[in-house]
Design a protein around this ligand. Structure first.
Ligand code: HEM
Length: 496
């Protein structure tokens, strides 16, 4: 009733039934076809704001460029990402109330990680190469035979290792229990948070949260892994003669933590879980989506292979540089196009109104309202992209080449304004794969390097195809969220 009252105040249009029970039932039916229902609303209402019924709550949906800009630049105390995430994932129960408002890991990513990308790249590549050797190679029957490999599992394991080589270093990044813990943490919070929110009445949520924390023990397990490392670094830091401190995320978190939490292992353990939460699944899903595109359209393999060989040379991959990877514009374009068509779902970038907010057309929303972007509809808009539903792996590199001389890659101007927005890491209200505005993804430069190195190594060493040639494994939808097919297999063959 409360939600309905608030929606009435908004006077925004919405598809589906209007009565209290009928609107609830349309939210349940729409949950099974959320993407289509949202696309249908976007077609009907064009660029106007509209409301959409999710089970248990109404959300205001934004699509037009000016509204996207209005809301993603709004201050946190007016439209809050933190509170929206806390509410949607019930973080005070799944993560623990005491850790909900600590966000110093974001500063560590924005500053230390981004400033150290050149230094960490060789370590990341080394771990990717070893990841392929330890995880992919043993699954291949015989070098020259086509062998099916479950892509999402395989690459989540490699990405977990290569990311954690930079987060916690060796040997922990290869520890099976640690890797299982950090990748499972995100899946558990993403699955059980919404279950607690949407299926349980408020009075049962604290109990469900206690059970969740007791059963999974994410934090205690992380403490066990990180505790001895933090103590060791703390001792070495206080005694300058005891060797150099590692240049990794754990050290950056220790340096960035507020003074009273500097060596609080509890707090550092939770921040490290959070860094993994934002980094692992996003990158694994993006890579798997791109791999499904490549395997179903293998004619891109020789195109990418030629560019990679030309730009990265024949040396060992640990010699790959940021600059050389930056020149692989077809690879960059292929990954960006894959993200455009296959992102995280139909509705992204949730914000909770903490105060009254007015869009530039005068529409007012009141505190407590959820606002989201119809990202899939933006990415598939034919007024923005030509043939928007077709996968064109060279869509963005073609635009970049028109503005630069492709035969003069040494003088390519990757930092020019026009070029910037067509790069994988470039964002705009028309390209929201890494968000935008105030909370734009600070890990996108790291993610972009990781995705490129993973794909470059794959293309240089393997041929891939789908079991039914040309057929891409279909995405799996859960309400408005989507995933690459979790159990799909891709055929791999080592290049001899
Ligand atoms: C392909 C991989 C990735 C994708 C698609 C992705 C996507 C996004 C998106 C869409 C947002 C904005 C969310 C919003 O506005 O509601 C975001 C925020 C964020 N991302 Fe990423 N991300 C990726 C990788 C990473 C990595 C590797 C890291 C860390 C190393 C990271 C750290 C973060 C953080 C900390 C935020 C929140 C920023 C803030 O609140 O100001 N992401 N990401």
């Amino acid at each position: 009733l409360y939600e309905r009252g608030r929606r009435k105040q908004l006077e925004l249009p919405s598809l589906g039934f209007k009565g209290i029970w009928a609107s609830y039932s349309s939210s349940v039916t729409d949950a099974f076809r959320a993407n289509e229902a949202i696309q249908e609303s976007c077609r009907k209402y064009g660029d106007r704001l509209f409301t959409f019924a999710q089970v248990g709550q109404w959300v205001v949906v934004v699509k037009a460029k000016e509204f996207v800009q209005d809301y993603y630049n709004a201050p946190e105390d007016v439209l809050s990402m933190e509170i929206a995430a806390e509410e949607l994932l019930q973080l005070h129960y799944t993560v623990g109330r005491q850790f909900c408002h600590e966000i110093y890991h974001i500063s560590a990513i924005k500053t230390s990680l981004n400033q150290n990308l050149t230094d960490v790249l060789p370590k990341m590549v080394d771990e990717i190469v070893r990841g392929y050797a330890d995880v992919v190679a043993p699954q291949l029957a015989d070098g020259s035979e086509w062998t099916p490999i479950r892509a999402l599992d395989t690459f989540t394991r490699i990405i977990c290792r290569s990311s954690n080589r930079i987060f916690v270093g060796l040997p922990l990044c290869r520890n099976e229990d640690y890797c299982q813990l950090v990748s499972q943490f995100s899946s558990d919070v993403l699955l059980y948070g919404p279950i607690i929110k949407f299926l349980l009445p408020a009075f049962l949520r604290p109990l469900a949260g206690a059970i969740f924390q007791r059963v999974f023990r994410h934090h205690q397990r992380m403490l066990k892994h990180l505790g001895p490392m933090v103590m060791d670094r703390w001792k070495r830091k206080s005694n300058a003669d005891d060797g150099e401190i590692e240049n990794d995320m754990l050290t950056w978190l220790m340096d960035t933590a507020p003074a009273d939490q500097e060596y609080s292992v509890e707090s550092l353990a939770m921040r490290m879980l959070n860094v993994n939460f934002v980094a692992i699944h996003t990158t694994s899903k993006s890579f798997t989506h791109a791999l499904y595109h490549l395997a179903s359209k293998p004619f891109y393999i020789p195109i990418l292979r030629a560019e990679i060989q030309k730009c990265l040379g024949d040396g060992h991959p640990t010699g790959w540089t940021k600059e050389a990877l930056g020149r692989c514009i077809k690879l960059d374009s292929f990954l960006k196009e894959s993200q455009r068509l296959n992102g995280m779902g139909a509705l992204w970038m949730p914000r909770m109104a903490m105060d009254h907010f007015v869009f530039s057309d005068g529409t007012k929303i009141s505190p407590g309202t959820f606002v989201v972007t119809a990202a899939t509809a933006v990415h598939e808009d034919d007024e923005i992209y030509e043939r928007p539903l077709d996968f064109d792996g060279l869509r963005f590199s073609t635009i970049r080449e028109l503005r630069n001389d492709p035969n003069d890659l040494d003088h390519f101007e990757p930092d020019s304004d026009n070029d910037w927005k067509h790069r994988l890491t470039g964002t705009s209200p028309h390209c929201l794969s890494f968000g935008g505005g105030r909370h734009i993804c600070p890990g996108r430069f790291f993610a972009s390097l990781e995705l490129k190195c993973l794909m470059a190594y794959l293309v240089l060493n393997y041929d891939v195809k789908t079991p039914i040639e040309g057929v891409r494994p279909a995405d799996e939808w859960f309400g408005p969220m989507s995933n690459p097919a979790r159990n799909a297999e891709i055929l791999f063959r080592k290049i001899v």
